[in-house]
Design a protein around this ligand. Structure first.
Ligand code: CS2
Length: 447
């Protein structure tokens, strides 16, 4: 096992584990995976030795593949196992899918030092470098303290989360936590830890009974935890790997100097339209991405968003056009049942990286176009009880901010997530108008 992964769930099993499986040197690698907060994946995979079935849902049928690159799957709480891997010079890469929320960042991109879990980790690591930790930055600092003590040398952190510049973003919060625990570790990290950056993409819904039944019916064995995914997959990676890495490029990974244009394209066009649909289309009554995009009204909203976001991308009109066409195909795949309620979760982490950067650029140019304003309006309405149910890591704060009129809620939410955008009466007026349009269509879905 030479890769340690934090936050294993369906996405990693459809993406990184699948790429690693297909690298020509897969036999020399193997992933020791740790779950996120819920230990479900570890519990389901332990009896089947980490093996699981990847179900690729093509528009016209499924293909099944057993993936074997997860060599061990541990619950997040297994600190001893985690530190054990970090002590080994063989461990060369730490990857993460801990979600936007896992970085424990404030709205300024710095470590949320006033968060009680962060403070508790700092306290715990100060008194015992091998203490159990609760946050991802805390876990890494504990891991690095242990690696330094073991003299195990260089390692690369390769984040796979939907955050722009995820490498530098991760480095910032981990370094800031290390600084509070033991400033000499920061120097060690400078010499020994390399921070790579990556853009990841594969639409991967949650597993349901239907997938377990599909495996039993089609391939004839029981799998407690198969993973459904779409045919499309993309991974763009930049960075140094002083201790090595699998030959991922031979499995289809693009290794580049600068991930930013790809990340922006994906975050704004794919994730931005996902979030727009998750809030706006559920107000109409749609449940899945495929239902939503088949509704001409929603399709029009998505196109409005793409028209505006596309203008700000570095990749050029032709490339943006190709990507939009491919996205429509992916969204229209009727066999990928991707629930909008799943995408709606954690808007406080997603709206600031998916929608607000475009709104900010437009506002600076004196414009308030429908695409981003509607997305923001739909999120405000979602927090006021319309459409998909609310589930958010900052739920108490965002729900408190969303009280009152749409105008008040908009200002208070922006104050929380993007204070540079308030006060702005024209913006709140525009959000109120778009919210009115959405409410007039509440429950109107016909497809
Ligand atoms: C989705 C993503 O749940 C969400 O927020 O937008 O998980 C999306 O499906 C992936 O980023 C696709 O690569």
């Amino acid at each position: 096992m030479r890769i340690v992964h934090l936050g294993v769930g369906n996405f990693t099993r459809a993406h990184q584990a699948w790429y690693t499986e297909h690298a020509p040197d897969a036999g020399e690698w193997g992933i020791a995976a740790f779950t996120g907060r819920r230990p479900d994946t570890a519990e389901a995979l332990a009896p089947q030795d980490g093996l699981y079935t990847l179900i690729t849902r093509h528009a016209d049928g499924d293909t099944f593949e057993v993936v074997s690159s997860l060599s061990a799957v541990h619950p997040a709480t297994d600190t001893e196992a985690f530190l054990g891997y970090l002590r080994s010079p063989q461990t060369a890469v730490i990857t993460s899918t801990v979600t936007e929320a896992g970085y424990m960042r404030g709205s300024d991109g710095h470590l949320a030092t006033d968060d009680p879990a962060v403070a508790a980790d700092v306290e715990a690591l100060r008194s015992d470098p091998e203490a159990s930790t609760r946050t991802t930055p805390g876990r890494l600092v504990g891991g690095f303290l242990t690696r330094r003590a073991a003299g195990a040398g260089a390692i690369t952190v390769l984040p796979c989360d939907n955050i722009p510049d995820n490498g530098p973003a991760f480095r910032t919060v981990v370094t800031e936590l290390a600084q509070r625990v033991d400033p000499t570790l920061v120097e060690w990290m400078g010499d020994n830890v390399s921070w790579a950056t990556s853009m990841v993409d594969r639409i991967t819904p949650a597993t349901t009974e239907a997938e377990r039944a599909a495996v039993a019916d089609s391939v004839g064995y029981d799998d407690a935890s198969p993973v459904p995914t779409e045919p499309f997959s993309e991974w763009v990676v930049a960075g140094d790997f002083p201790a090595g890495r699998p030959a991922w490029e031979d499995a289809g990974v693009a290794v580049v100097d600068d991930v930013r244009p790809f990340e922006q394209r994906k975050l704004w066009l794919l994730n931005g339209s996902h979030s727009l649909m998750a809030y706006a289309a559920t107000i109409l009554g749609h449940e899945t991405v495929a239902d939503a995009i088949a509704d001409p009204a929603v399709r029009g909203w998505v196109e409005d968003w793409w028209d505006v976001a596309g203008e700000h991308l570095e990749l050029g009109a032709q490339e943006v056009g190709r990507y939009r066409t491919a996205l429509l195909d992916r969204y229209n795949n009727p066999r990928v049942r991707h629930l909008l309620a799943q995408i709606a979760a954690d808007g406080s982490q997603k709206i600031p990286v998916r929608i607000l950067p475009v709104l900010r650029l437009e506002r600076a140019a004196g414009r308030l176009p429908a695409g981003p304003v509607r997305a923001l309006a739909a999120w405000v309405l979602h927090l006021q009880g319309h459409g998909a149910p609310v589930k958010d890591v900052r739920e108490p704060e965002v729900l408190a901010a969303a009280r009152g009129t749409v105008a008040d809620a908009t200002s208070a939410l922006l104050e929380l997530l993007a204070p540079d955008l308030v006060p702005d009466e024209k913006l709140t007026d525009a959000v109120v108008a778009r919210a009115g349009e959405l409410l007039a269509l509440e429950g109107a879905a016909t497809v």
